[in-house]
Design a protein around this ligand. Structure first.
Ligand code: PEP
Length: 254
């Protein structure tokens, strides 16, 4: 069985004080969670302070991005090792906002994935189609290119430290969630791609999160799907009550 993972992507939100306030509420409310992995990804400037607060709690810290080099003349960038030094155990890579707004390619994303895994950290690799791509029936082709490109040259062993997040771009921040069936269909397709690239054991073990307007009122149905192993949560991760309810989703037999 794959262990559920609920991750909160805070994006470009919260000052250090606000991040500390939210984290304090999460630590208090989630202290007794044992059956679900929990990650939060604050802005870079809040990482060290949030790291101190989540120490000795079930909450782990993630960064929202990294640069694919360890050190050097790369003004304004942060390496996985530096993010690890700040207390992160994971990095979100290839989020659709970075693909769209910063022009990140599958090739660059693959370099970031490799550098992060080499630093001994966990990767959350985001993939997902736009509405236009879905309407043009290009979804499978796009997902296939993103998975094959993002996972290029990785070993089966490295895959143990990698989580995929399927986030249909049309569902991010829009309030439109993919239906349970749409999400399951995409997750099952992605698991099949991973099986083709590696082997059935790697595919069976790899966690695939759903992201796109996950809220307290839709998380239970999504989590009941066979190939949905968790959620990457944007907007709802900024509110302690909503995020805690999502972490404590109702387990429906599947
Ligand atoms: C995200 O950005 O990863 C996300 C899923 O956002 P939201 O939950 O707000 O749709």
């Amino acid at each position: 069985m794959r262990r559920p993972l609920i991750a909160g992507n805070w994006k470009l939100n919260k000052t250090i004080n606000e991040a500390e306030e939210l984290t304090t509420a999460l630590v208090a409310e989630l202290a007794d969670v044992t059956e679900t992995d929990i990650l939060i990804a604050p802005v870079f400037t809040a990482l060290s302070r949030v790291a101190a607060l989540v120490d000795n709690s079930p909450i782990q810290l993630a960064a929202q991005n990294c640069y694919p080099q360890e050190t050097g003349a790369f003004t304004g960038e942060l390496s996985p090792l530096m993010l690890k030094d700040a207390g992160c155990s994971a990095i979100i890579i290839g989020h659709s906002e970075r693909r769209q707004l910063m022009g990140e390619t599958n090739q660059l994303i693959n370099l970031k994935v490799q550098t992060t895994l080499n630093a001994g950290m966990q990767v959350i690799l985001c993939v997902g189609e736009t509405l236009e791509e879905r309407d043009n029936e290009e979804m499978l082709e796009v997902l296939s290119a993103q998975i094959k490109g993002g996972l290029a040259d990785l070993s089966a062993e490295q895959m143990q430290n990698l989580v995929v997040a399927y986030e249909p771009v049309w569902a991010i921040g829009t309030g439109k969630t993919a239906s349970d069936e749409q999400a399951q269909e995409a997750h099952s397709f992605i698991r099949g791609l991973i099986q083709g690239l590696f082997n059935p054991e790697v595919a069976e073990a790899c966690r695939i999160l759903y992201g796109g307007s996950v809220k307290p009122d839709n998380v239970d149905g999504l989590m009941a799907q066979t190939d949905i192993d968790g959620a990457l949560v944007g907007g709802a991760s900024l509110k302690a009550d909503d995020f805690c309810r999502i972490v404590k989703f109702e387990r429906i037999e599947r």
